[in-house]
Design a protein around this ligand. Structure first.
Ligand SMILES: Cc1cc2nc3c(=O)[nH]c(=O)nc-3n(C[C@H](O)[C@H](O)[C@H](O)COP(=O)(O)OP(=O)(O)OC[C@H]3O[C@@H](n4cnc5c(N)ncnc54)[C@H](O)[C@@H]3O)c2cc1C
Length: 293
């Protein structure tokens, strides 16, 4: 998915060049510097790989116990295994390049200032937009359910018909659950930045074919003892559900950058932390910054 025609063969290894057809192979840096990278998602990992390959002294910090960021949840459905393959690939690249990876390391402003790093790259990704349903308490984010932290039960409402909502709905349906997908707009996957036209059309066809109930022009209002109340084109529908899984979007985690940008001379924001988009954007953004520091 990431390699295509944009890969170069360097020392008998296939190196992705992030869609930069005209870019040169990774060039050594003129002065090796201490580069501190916060966030071990795909943006942080790509930045670490490129900066280390150029000869910088790189350290990568990740708050969780594993690398991958959102790719961990993204790769849970059987049809998305390549996301995990990508994380494994980065893991072995960083190991081979001797990049110290500090897991379970939540970084705050103070430790960045104390590190005295020459360059700081903030790749802290994004967090799901929260949705509260009055009267209903079994509401989980798609990531929480995809990563197995919560059991959503047998009948599930998925809120949000973007890529994450649609794929989560499909994944749950493949496990035999009854799934109702609710989208407030008039169609699911209305504008997909992540997917090609053919993948969008395939998903749109697959959902009803698999038995997922797709309700467009519908919003989740609240819940009563009778069930979850949906408002659809002037009508009120009561739908029983064990849980509601929210997939209504993501917002950038950019507070570390915002708080430090005037204090530090060389600090850059990468990937979803800069703008919530997709894997290709995060990789390209990280490659561009790490090639120039
Ligand atoms: C379920 C799901 C499916 C998706 N499917 C696709 C797809 O099919 N195709 C596609 O192109 N895109 C997909 N995406 C989007 C894609 O995963 C993201 O755009 C991409 O992973 C962003 O990478 P990132 O490194 O910028 O951020 P993230 O992946 O969010 O990584 C940020 C990392 O920073 C860490 N962090 C944050 N703050 C700190 C701190 N203070 N200290 C230390 N560590 C910190 C976090 O723990 C996290 O690991 C999907 C996303 C989701 C959630």
């Amino acid at each position: 998915m990431l390699y295509g025609n944009n890969a170069r063969n360097i020392n008998n290894r296939t190196i992705p060049l992030s869609g930069n057809d005209n870019s040169e192979a990774i060039k050594p840096c003129s002065i090796p510097r201490h580069v501190m990278i916060i966030g071990g998602g795909v943006a942080g990992m790509e930045a670490a790989r490129v900066a280390a390959r150029r000869g910088h002294k790189v350290e990568l910090y990740e708050q969780k116990g594993c690398l991958g960021g959102n790719l961990v949840a993204a790769g849970m459905p059987e049809f998305k295994k390549e996301c995990h393959a990508l994380v494994h690939w980065y893991g072995s690249e960083l190991h081979e390049l001797n990049v110290p990876v500090h897991l379970h390391s939540y970084i705050e402003e103070e430790s960045i200032l104390q590190s005295r790093a020459d360059v700081v790259l903030i790749a802290t990704g994004s967090t799901p937009v929260k949705q509260t349903i009055p009267g209903f308490h079994h509401t989980f984010s798609a990531e929480t359910v995809l990563s197995g932290k919560k059991d959503p039960g047998k009948t599930v409402i998925v809120s949000g018909g973007g890529l994450v909502g649609c794929e989560t709905a499909l994944w749950l349906r493949n496990q035999g659950k009854q799934v109702i997908l609710v989208e407030k707009q008039s169609q699911i996957l209305p504008i997909s930045r992540e997917l090609s036209y053919s993948s969008t059309e395939t998903l749109k066809r697959l959902l009803p074919e698999k038995g997922i109930v797709v309700k467009t022009d519908t919003v989740i209002s609240h819940a009563t003892a009778a069930g979850v109340i949906l408002q659809s084109e002037g009508q009120t529908i009561t739908q029983s559900a064990d849980s509601i899984i929210t997939a209504i979007g993501y917002q950038s985690n950019n507070s570390l950058y915002d708080n430090l940008k005037t204090e530090l001379k060389e600090i850059y924001l990468l990937g979803d932390a800069k703008q919530v988009k997709n894997i290709m954007h995060a990789v390209r953004d990280a490659y561009d910054v790490a090639s120039q520091i």
